[in-house]
Design a protein. Structure first.
Lengths: 113, 111
């Protein structure tokens, strides 16, 4: 079946560095992609989203890049802070019109001071 | 108050027992979801509902049932709990213009 996956299960960075978290998706018909952050003991929180008609979208300290040719999604976090330490998930809507999301397995980001 | 509230936050139950997890929301969203999270497997969809009269199975619905009592309430039941249903369970709501909002989760342990 269709799936969304991540290349790296754990990413360790120093405070102040830029972080890049990657995600490969397999459903080329997906129209909508989202990045979530999950801190310990909490539910996933929305970070940023992007539609398939875009290749880049920027938020506050975060940028999402979409490469539809190779079905790849990435989340860039600028000037990473200890508070960014969490598990990050990508998700796609599988062309369901945002009715259902398929989640990746997650990448743990560890930020050391 | 949280937009999506799940109860209980933690529960330990015995094999064979029936258990209900409850979810309520103040977002006013029509769409509600139950997901299960296991280490290394991400979030998997159990059931979803697009309105009070609409219930749909997700990818792992076996062993679970749901009830949409009102627009704001969506409960998940395990009719006869088994140990491999030990997991973290999340309720979520969504709306096209407002994205997905998740509850804080229910940690269920079946012994």
């Amino acid at each position: 079946g269709e799936s969304v996956g991540l290349h790296l299960p754990t990413l360790s960075v120093q405070e102040g560095d830029n972080s890049i978290i990657n995600c490969a998706y397999s459903n080329s018909a997906s129209d909508y992609f989202i990045w979530y952050k999950q801190e310990s003991g909490k539910g996933p929180q929305f970070i940023i989203d992007i539609r398939s008609n875009m290749d880049k979208r920027q938020g506050q300290r975060v940028t999402v890049l979409l490469n539809k040719t190779v079905k790849h999604l990435s989340l860039q976090i600028a000037a990473t802070q200890p508070g960014d330490s969490a598990v990050y998930f990508c998700a796609e809507d599988g062309n369901t019109g945002f009715q259902k999301l398929v989640f990746g397995t997650g990448t743990r980001l560890l930020v050391s001071p | 108050d949280a937009d999506v509230t799940q109860t209980p936050r933690n529960r330990i139950t015995k094999t064979g027992k029936r258990i209900m997890l409850e979810c309520s929301q103040t977002k006013g969203h029509d769409r509600m979801y139950w997901y299960r999270q296991d280490p290394g497997l991400g979030l998997r969809l159990i059931y979803y509902s697009f309105d009070v009269k609409d219930i749909n199975k997700g990818e792992i619905s076996d062993g679970y049932s749901v009830s949409r009592q009102a627009q704001a309430k969506f409960s998940l039941s395990l009719e006869s709990a088994i140990p491999n249903q030990t997991a973290l369970y999340f309720c979520a709501t969504s709306d096209l213009g407002d994205g997905y909002t998740f509850g804080s989760g229910t940690r269920l342990t079946v012994v």
